[in-house]
Design a protein around this ligand. Sequence first.
Ligand code: FES
Ligand SMILES: [Fe+2]
Length: 337
Amino acid sequence: MSFRHYWYIVAESRELGRDQVLARQVLDQRLACFRDAQGHAVVLRDRCLHRNAPLSGGSVRNGQLACPYHGWTYDGQGRVIAIPALGPELTQRHCLPPYTSLEQDGFVYVQLAQEAPAHIRPFTMPHFGEPGWMTLRLQNRFRADLADCVENFIDIPHTAFVHSRIFRSSAGEKISARVRRCDGQVHIVYSNERNNLGSYRWFLNPRGLAVSHTDSFHAPNVTSVEYRIGSKVFLITSQAVPVAESETLVYTDLTYRFGLFNRIAAPFVRRYGQRIIDQDLDILAAQAETIRRDGREFRDTPADHIHRLVDSLREAIARGEDPRTLPEQVREIEFYV
Ligand code: FES
Ligand SMILES: [Fe+2]
């Protein structure tokens, strides 16, 4: 098992139009994405077989991608079906085999490794397109490595500082959580969170109901944050795409069910979500810069146990193991916010 065996988003489906080619990068691999004659997404290495010009600089017509340099033309199977310099007779056979790709929940995914185990599937985005649910989709490019990004997305203590007041305030509230690692995932169930919800508390929890809050990490790159307050549900699902060592492209779905307020809330939810992410972009870039300069040397509090378990799953993959084989581990933790 390696990171190349997993599925990564290369584009939102709506971004990949017909007769269009997109340049992407996943795990340092440069990719050219287009749609074939049937409209299926095709992902090729972004390097022409002829003289290695980037295919993403080319053009697509009728589902065929033409290289910008000498016009070698590729079909949806990566077969070279025209070589202008050879004239009408195509006497040579060349093929650039496409990566495995698929479309699901409005995303185009790629899998870089050939022969990946069948149990590895793209993460299912919760309630996408379901009646009664709204999904707002954000994209953000973090100047930080993937591990530090996912740590941030399910880290509570920073919220009172980085997102002071708009998300949480430092209130001296003691929070307990049950942290469980199993099946290649980490699940965190929080208890005794009630009022510390920042500036939108009047809307999210006007009656001060008990807040049900669970977070999870799904190796190697997905985090889910889930709030349930009465009949209101608010989910933040982030798929982090490892572009390069200190560049991570994050697709975030803000998914919610606010009943009659679904539509009217959309612009506020989007602005609120992006404002919080903007603050994380800044702190993570600053953290990455320090780590790049002086190295990585972390110390932990009980709240950081979550991140250790997340790291343990990613380290298993880095060692070539299946993260699902790590033994189940459960721990109760307590910390203050
Ligand atoms: S480099 Fe692509 S056709 Fe020559
Ligand atoms: Fe944050």
